[in-house]
Design a protein around this ligand. Sequence first.
Ligand SMILES: [Zn+2]
Length: 87
Amino acid sequence: MNNKKFLRQCVSCRLIKPKEQLIRITKNYKTKTIQINYNSQIQGRSVYICKNKECLENALKKKKIEHYLKSELTENIKEELYTVLKI
Ligand SMILES: [Zn+2]
């Protein structure tokens, strides 16, 4: 059996899903800024979130991403998340 997937937990709904179904958001350990980590090139503390509107809105409302990354989310990154999710 060689089909083991990398599973990660959504910070919002807590469901565990294959990595490719989630968006990775990382606090860059050098610049301390929060970035969407499209290709896992950015190193730092990360959270994962489902690619759907409900999870994003719930996470933003409850400040879950801020809580885990211990940083404020800028309006820019919020807009980028909505754009990526095509909401
Ligand atoms: Zn979710």
